[in-house]
Write a protein that binds this ligand. Sequence first.
Ligand SMILES: NC(=O)c1ccc[n+]([C@@H]2O[C@H](COP(=O)([O-])OP(=O)(O)OC[C@H]3O[C@@H](n4cnc5c(N)ncnc54)[C@H](O)[C@@H]3O)[C@@H](O)[C@H]2O)c1
Ligand SMILES: [Zn+2]
Length: 367
Amino acid sequence: MEAENKIEISYNNSGKYPVVIENGYEGLAPLVSDMFPNLKRIMIITDSNVSKLYLDKVRIVLGGCCDTITSFEFEAGESSKNLSTVNDCYNKLLAGDFNRRDLIVALGGGVTGDMAAFVASTYMRGTKFINLPTTLLAMADSSVGGKCGVDYDSYKNIVGSIYMPSLVYMSTSSLATLPEREYSSGMAEILKAGLIKDGRFYEWLINNFSEIMDRDPEAVAYMLNKAVSIKQFYVTKDPYEENERMILNFGHTIGHALEKYYEFNYLHGECVALGMVAAAFISYKRSMLSAEEYYEIRDMFVPFGLPISVDEADTAKVISNIGHDKKNTDTGLRFILLKKAGKAVIANDVTDDEIKEAVGELIAPWD
Ligand SMILES: NC(=O)c1ccc[n+]([C@@H]2O[C@H](COP(=O)([O-])OP(=O)(O)OC[C@H]3O[C@@H](n4cnc5c(N)ncnc54)[C@H](O)[C@@H]3O)[C@@H](O)[C@H]2O)c1
Ligand SMILES: [Zn+2]
């Protein structure tokens, strides 16, 4: 179970940045000093929960890498991921005389990373940016690939850009304080990585679920390395999601629709798990998976603390939440299906009826 603790992510032929997996923040300072010698200012963007836990530590570690270090703190939660928080952040950057040669650091989960990267991508048309993800979801998924942005009105992630960090540095030690439900939510994206691309890794996850759920540092580092490498594979091939990167959306078409339907009372990973169950069901109905394979995939979310059924869902309403705008093709919906655990394919002809049946199947089918 040995894994490299550094993965190089390439993009646009010549760009690249390292993703470093460590069990502490001590290794961060030499990397930042190396990358950005003579740095004047650093601004750490973080939320109200993470600031209490890790801001002081990271401030101390980064203190020797620059002349002045400030922080911008916002109220934790998706409801802060908006242009008003971005405005407040611009104001703080302006008040601190920040310019493009200074460094913006995200310290937090996907909300912090998405927002801070968006600020970095727009402030002075692009400011240096590094990401220190502190949730499992952000470590395994959202910190890699460059997608960033905020919510606008009732539209999630509708204002944003693609902006690459110079470095992603994750300390698995920060996972010790992550609430159980958030940890499980991150596991959904990791199980997704195995299901779409690497059957052996998926099997490893299943066989090691107790170490994983105990957050054993070695097991966590190994699975993060694998999940990031799988994301890297798609991001490098298709940075702007024109083709193969869509495979990373496995479970997300129905997952996003459920997130909206339940008004964000379920976490992202929980909805993605339900979406993966539904997508596996459609795959089974199309005889791409056997019944046995489908039930096994479905049930294997349970030991990771993820839901596989819901109490109620108005299937027509759920379907109306699917973003038909960008996903419709002449023959139906573009949708990611499974050929087996470890191999996903893009289908262009999934019908509303198939989705309706699959979502219906999620409603506590064994009651
Ligand atoms: N950019 C992408 O490619 C991408 C991919 C997936 C998701 N996302 C975005 O990510 C966001 C969800 O990310 P998330 O699940 O990390 O949410 P989050 O950032 O809101 O973090 C979840 C909760 O955990 C707390 N927290 C964070 N780290 C902690 C720690 N170490 N200990 C204790 N508490 C901690 C946070 O304060 C918050 O309350 C969504 O906005 C979603 O749109 C982006
Ligand atoms: Zn996701």
